[in-house]
Design a protein around this ligand. Structure first.
Ligand SMILES: Nc1ncnc2c1ncn2[C@@H]1O[C@H](COP(=O)(O)OP(=O)(O)O)[C@@H](O)[C@H]1O
Ligand SMILES: [Mg+2]
Length: 474
């Protein structure tokens, strides 16, 4: 079932305003109608009291021959009613009527009503058939008779109805006007709230998850005396806290990055020294026991591996820190030719195919880093596929972009690995990584280098077809 009441604060306030005004109008209408009616009745009663039964008294002389059987209507208001009661019966009744001045024909019901009126000189309402409702008063006459004088009530009713009609029209107009003006007014009053909402939505839309976040400034009008101002102040406080937290996180991320960069940088020298000493020891001319030679060879190989690892880590840390890259024209065609030559030499068991455009393709960037990225893709195509695999390197140039594709028809990347394959230390076979020299940093470097060049790196893979695609701005 739909809720009929408006849900928005604006709608509720406007509806409340109109409802309150409607109740107030109704109260005013009823009170004024009752007051007016009471006032007019009072006046009527005063008039009746002032007449003091003169008209009714004039009916007394009906039997006198000179009366011409006509009551004395002089000085009596139109429609004034008069009646004379003697011994509990109506002996005479008339109504002032300029046109006829005839005695009135009363029904038995009218007579009963008239005889029932208390003789107290006060106003009483009676309904007389043919005449309508009258305000009457009964007084004791001179000769043991009762004189009843009455004035019609319908002018009072008419005036009250008139007032009610006017009030209905005026109040309706006031309600409509209040509805429209109130809606506008509420909208204007709530405008600062919209600003608060917009600011909150703006912050909610920010990428707060990582990196440096540009928070919007505080809300300007935050008068603590207003409710909206209080909300604004609270929001400003919250924004301040969020900004603080983000700054602190940013600082800690920065510290971590510096730590990684410093650590890998510091590791380089000792690792280079170990390698140098191993090499030196291996070049020793005299007799060296086989186990010692083997151990030295292992030390040499492992220190080489460690050098690579440390270099990779250092490069990633530097790219993370947003270190500016070289910004020079790079001949991609030449770069790919060289990289493929190296790959061919390292993997003679694979079939290497090149698909290059006639014209040399150049991009702007860091030649050394780009070579490293493409080299990593070729190394993967060599090390993660069996010998005999076909590897094709394609270079294409579009309007504003350059595409480098490295695809092979090897076993492909497993589905679990595929979404995070560009992540750090992500590799298929952790157990085997020691023997294959796999670190899981190769594709992370590809991704970081290409992103730093304003490009994208993507992969599509399935059994028998794996394609890495680099897109660089031309
Ligand atoms: N051409 C490819 N064919 C199959 N698997 C691949 C290919 N390239 C990458 N992979 C998978 O992605 C993982 C991550 O690659 P990478 O980041 O270069 O790390 P690493 O080569 O040191 O293992 C690899 O361990 C491998 O499992
Ligand atoms: Mg690799």
């Amino acid at each position: 079932m739909r809720h009929p009441a408006p849900r928005t604060l604006r709608g509720q306030l406007t509806a409340g305003l109109v409802t309150l005004l409607a109740v107030a109008c109704l109260a005013v209408g009823i009170t004024t109608a009752l007051a007016l009616r009471g006032f007019l009745m009072g006046r009527l009663d005063e008039q009746l009291a002032a007449s003091g039964g003169r008209f009714a008294a004039s009916l007394e002389h009906e039997a006198e021959p000179d009366a011409d059987n006509r009551p004395d209507t002089r000085g009596q208001a139109e429609s004034t009613f008069g009646a004379r009661l003697l011994n509990g019966t109506v002996t005479r009744a008339a109504v002032v009527d300029d046109a006829t001045d005839r005695p009135l024909a009363l029904t038995p019901g009218d007579r009963r009503a008239l005889t029932g009126i208390p003789v107290d000189g006060k106003g009483h309402s009676v309904r007389l058939s043919g005449l309508g409702t009258y305000r009457v008063t009964a007084v004791q006459g001179d000769d043991h008779d009762i004189l009843i004088t009455g004035l019609p009530l319908h002018p009072v009713e008419e005036t009250v109805h008139r007032l009610e009609a006017v009030e209905t029209v005026v109040f309706s107009a006031a309600l409509v006007a209040t509805g429209i003006a109130g809606a506008l007014w509420v909208r204007i009053s709530l405008r600062p709230l919209q600003k608060v909402t917009a600011r909150a939505a703006e912050v909610a839309g920010l990428p707060l998850a990582s990196g440096e976040v540009a928070m919007p400034g505080p809300l300007p009008d935050t008068d603590p005396r207003t409710e909206v101002g209080q909300v604004g102040t609270a929001l400003n406080h919250m924004l301040g806290h969020i900004e603080d937290a983000l700054t602190r996180r940013q600082a800690s991320e920065e510290r971590l990055r510096h730590f990684a960069a410093d650590a890998s940088h510091e590791l380089r020298t000792p690792v280079a020294n170990i390698r140098g000493h191993a090499e030196l020891a291996l070049r020793h001319q005299g007799p060296v026991p086989t186990e010692v030679r083997h151990a030295l060879k292992r030390i040499d190989a492992e220190s080489r591996r460690m050098t690579h690892l440390v270099d990779d880590l250092l490069l990633l840390a530097r790219l993370d820190a947003g270190r500016p890259l070289e910004h020079e024209p790079v001949d991609l065609t030449l770069l790919i030719l060289n990289a493929t030559d190296d790959a061919r030499a390292a993997g003679p068991g694979h079939h290497w195919f090149l698909d290059l455009p006639e014209e040399p393709v150049t991009v702007t960037g860091d030649a050394h880093r780009l070579q490293q990225a493409i080299g990593n893709l070729l190394a993967n195509a060599r090390t993660h596929t069996p010998p005999g695999t076909d590897v094709t390197i394609t270079l294409t140039r579009a309007e504003t972009e350059v595409h480098v594709e490295v695809s092979d028809n090897g076993p492909g990347i497993s589905e679990e690995l595929r979404p995070e394959v560009f992540g750090r230390f992500v590799r298929a076979d952790r157990a085997r990584s020691r023997s294959t020299g796999s670190t899981g940093l190769g594709l992370a470097i590809v991704h970081a280098v290409i992103t730093a060049h304003g490009g994208t790196a993507t992969v599509t893979s399935g059994p028998g077809r794996t394609t890495f695609r680099l897109t660089l701005p031309a």
